[in-house]
Structures are given as structure tokens and as C-alpha cells.
Design a protein around this ligand. Structure first.
Ligand SMILES: Cc1cc2nc3c(=O)[nH]c(=O)nc-3n(C[C@H](O)[C@H](O)[C@H](O)COP(=O)(O)OP(=O)(O)OC[C@H]3O[C@@H](n4cnc5c(N)ncnc54)[C@H](O)[C@@H]3O)c2cc1C
Length: 388
């Protein structure tokens, strides 16, 4: 428990840790080895009502803040589940914030209730193969046809599309050449992931094997206009609303993994005796662990500050970007330090830290790269000329 938590935050941490205690690290090792979706875990979180932590109470949520949601996600990752555990619920926690803020009453009832109940899972499709981080250049198109839109294009890196029933997808309804500003002409849909029109192919990747990531191809995919969120052409604005919140959440998860790695490494350094003394007696081992703790704890405090500011209505991105950047870097260093502390055993799967190291590369790349976080700070805080 942390001294800076208020009562509601402490309750979240305690309750989530209790659920996680039923899913020991041996469970997560097995899940990772088998590359199997952690259904039991996701259902346990749903059954206890936590998928709705940030959702309005009238649809079954508990309407807590980003601060509490970040604590929830840090605790899940820190339990030893890492990104495998947190990514199995991550999208459901923050992803539907455009529906909460901009959806109509009928949509909120239809979409939020089954998501919070754990009956429907959502994936999030923004990134495209040809445009990478340059979201405004998205090429997938939707054309209006009666009561439907017809979608054609491709997406990449869509996590959980193997298991999701629903998809939040951003596409162009007006080609880039025809809009006044590139941020116009993009439209957001939350709809059924219709597998008869969408080919979903898994990308084999370095870590988090149990939570799939995919390339999608779609042609002649009919999506009801009733599944459009907000106005046509305004999708970019809608999707931006959740972006800073997602950065804070992913930062909390990264710190959780770093702390899990540090827990393993500290215990090992106390217990492993070489040259007649515990290896932790060597400052070459103890100091990198102490440094990792200082870095993770200062990052955690900044994450909590960024979350509080978001909850208070602060809409600018410098704290969310800085927290996400620091978390990615320091969690990576903590995991690398842990592997080195365990020496050869750090490389063995049964000691868990190699799994954390493989997973902790993710927050350096996604949902936005560390370079783009620094671009934001350089431009918006330090008033440097835009570099791209
Ligand atoms: C495990 C994983 C899960 C993901 N899940 C999802 C998901 O569910 N949904 C989704 O939509 N996306 C998802 N993504 C995509 C992610 O959010 C990133 O957008 C994506 O990884 C960007 O990759 P890219 O290779 O296309 O980047 P590119 O745009 O090709 O960039 C490649 C490199 O160049 C750097 N770079 C590019 N432009 C600049 C610049 N101007 N200044 C400095 N550096 C620059 C980048 O920082 C990066 O290091 C996921 C990615 C991963 C790895």
C-alpha cells in the first residue's frame, strides 16, 4: 500500500490484489507458454464489476476516476501478470470513452452494458500498415450507402481481434485530398467485428503471446450508420479524448511490471549465495536495484499526478506524455536489471523476469512511441519548431 493513496484508491488496490492472488505467476507463465487467452482472469475481473471502473453508474459502472483505474492496472501488472494480464482488460477500461462522451443514449445502453458485464470484448483499430504513427493520413475508407456505411481497407496491430466481438475503428469518410484540414474527414464506428467481411491474421511477436495482435483486411464490410459514434468527419477529435488517459494507464502498467521484476530481483539478491555471501552484498548488484526503485517510484508519483490532473479536467498532454515516456524507459531498465541480477537464471522462463523483459518493450513502442512523446514535450513545452 502507498502512503499517498486516499481511501477509495487503497480499496481499489486491495480488492484488485485479492483477485490477482488467485492467479499466481505460475498461471501467467503457463498462459504465456501456451499463448492462450487468459479467459478465467478476464472473467474474474468482469464478474467483480471492475471492467466498468470508469464507466457511468447508470450503465453498471462505478464511475471512479483515471487515478483509480491506473492503480487497478498497475496492481494487475505488478501481480506478475504483466502486460498479458493488463492487456486482457486494458481496452475495456478506457477504450469506450468516446462512446461515453459522444455516444447517444441508445448507443450507450447497447454498447456499455454488455462490455461492463464482460459479455462483449472490444478491440481498437486505428493504426494502419502504410501510415504508422501518422494517424491523420489513414487510408481506410467508408462510403455511405443507405442506412449503412461500406468499409474498405486495412488495419495493423489491432490487439485482441482474435477474441473480440466488437471493434472501435477510425476510418476516412472523406479522402485526405478533399478536406480542408487533415484532422477532418475521419469517422469513428463501434460495431460488430464481422468476420465474414474482415480477415483477421495474427502477427507473431516478441512477448505477450497470449494477447493477440493482428492485421485486418476488409472489403465491402457493411456497418450500420447507427453504429457511428458522433458526427461524420469528427472521429479524430473523438479518439483524441481518450489518448492521454490511455498513456497514463499504460504507464501505470509499465511501472507495475518494473516493480514485479524488482521484487524478484531483490529476493534473489538476498537469497543467492556466491563467493560465500549473498550477491546483494555487492553494491554492483544492490545499487542498480536501489536506482531502479528510485526511478520507478518517482515515475509512479508523476503518473498519479497526471491521472489526478486528467480527472480534474486538465486536457493538455505534457504530464501524460512525460509519465508514459518515463514509465517506458524506467520499467525497461528495471526489467533488464532484474535479468542481470538473476544471472543465467534470469534467462530461464521459470524465473519470470525474462517474460517481463520481453513484455516491457511494448510501452516504448505503443500506444505511441517514446520519440513521439518527446516530440510533444519539445514542441509544446519547450517551444521547439515542429520536427515532422
Ligand atoms: C504490441 C502492440 C500492440 C498494439 N496494439 C494496438 C492496437 O490495439 N490498436 C492500434 O490501433 N494500434 C496498436 N499498436 C500500434 C501502436 O500504437 C503504434 O502506433 C505502432 O506500433 C507504430 O508503429 P509503426 O511501426 O507503424 O511506427 P512508424 O510510424 O513507422 O515509426 C517507426 C519509428 O520511427 C519513429 N518516428 C516516426 N516518425 C518520427 C518523428 N517525426 N520523429 C521521431 N521519430 C519518429 C517512431 O517513433 C518509431 O520509433 C500496437 C503496437 C504494438 C507493438
Amino acid at each position: 500500500m502507498y502512503a499517498d493513496y486516499n481511501e477509495s484508491q487503497a480499496t481499489v488496490r486491495e480488492s484488485i490484489a485479492k483477485i490477482c492472488s488467485h492467479f499466481p505467476e505460475s498461471y501467467w507463465l503457463g498462459i504465456d507458454n501456451a499463448a492462450r487467452w487468459p479467459d478465467e482472469f478476464q472473467q474474474a475481473i468482469a464478474k467483480a464489476g471492475w471492467l466498468g471502473i470508469m464507466m457511468p453508474t447508470e450503465y453498471g459502472g462505478s464511475e471512479l476516476g483515471l487515478s483509480e483505474a491506473t492503480i487497478m492496472m498497475q496492481t494487475i501488472a505488478e501481480s506478475g501478470g504483466g502486460y498479458t494480464a493488463s492487456s486482457s482488460v486494458h481496452m475495456n477500461i478506457f477504450g469506450l470513452s468516446p462512446v461515453v462522451k459522444y455516444g447517444n443514449e441508445e448507443q450507450k445502453k447497447r454498447f456499455l452494458v454488455p462490455l461492463i458485464d464482460g459479455k462483449e470484448r472490444a478491440c481498437f483499430a486505428v493504426t494502419e500498415p502504410n501510415t504508422g504513427l501518422d494517424t491523420l493520413k489513414l487510408q481506410s475508407l467508408a462510403r455511405r450507402d443507405g442506412d449503412d456505411y461500406v468499409l474498405k481497407g486495412s488495419k495493423i496491430w489491432t490487439s485482441t481481434a482474435q477474441v473480440a466481438e466488437k471493434i472501435l475503428i477510425l476510418v476516412r469518410t472523406t479522402p485526405l485530398e478533399e478536406v480542408k484540414k487533415p484532422s477532418e474527414g475521419l469517422t469513428l464506428f463501434y460495431t460488430d467485428l464481422d468476420r465474414s467481411a474482415v480477415a483477421v491474421t495474427e502477427i507473431k511477436k516478441m512477448g505477450r503471446a497470449a494477447v493477440d495482435t493482428n492485421q485486418l483486411y476488409f472489403d465491402n464490410w457493411r456497418v450500420p450508420a447507427a453504429d457511428r459514434i458522433g458526427d461524420e468527419g469528427q472521429g479524430f477529435k473523438l479518439i483524441m479524448h481518450g489518448m492521454n488517459a490511455e498513456r497514463v494507464l499504460i504507464a501505470g502498467e509499465a511501472v507495475g511490471i518494473g516493480l514485479a521484476a524488482l521484487r524478484h530481483a531483490s529476493r534473489y539478491a538476498r537469497e543467492r549465495v556466491v563467493f560465500g555471501r549473498p550477491i546483494g552484498k555487492n553494491q554492483g548488484i544492490a545499487h542498480p536495484l536501489a536506482k531502479a526503485w528510485c526511478q520507478l517510484e518517482s515515475t509512479r508519483l508523476m503518473i498519479m499526478q497526471a491521472a489526478k490532473m486528467w480527472d480534474d479536467g486538465f486536457s493538455s498532454g505534457e504530464y501524460a506524455n512525460a509519465a508514459k515516456y518515463l514509465a517506458g524507459e524506467h520499467a525497461f531498465t528495471a526489467c533488464e536489471t532484474a535479468v542481470c541480477t538473476l544471472g543465467g537464471f534470469g534467462y530461464a522462463k521459470e524465473y519470470h523476469v525474462e517474460r517481463f523483459l520481453r513484455e516491457v518493450v511494448i510501452p516504448r513502442l505503443a500506444p505511441v512511441s517514446r520519440e513521439m512523446c518527446l516530440n510533444y514535450i519539445a514542441e509544446k513545452v519547450l517551444e521547439q519548431p515542429r520536427s515532422y
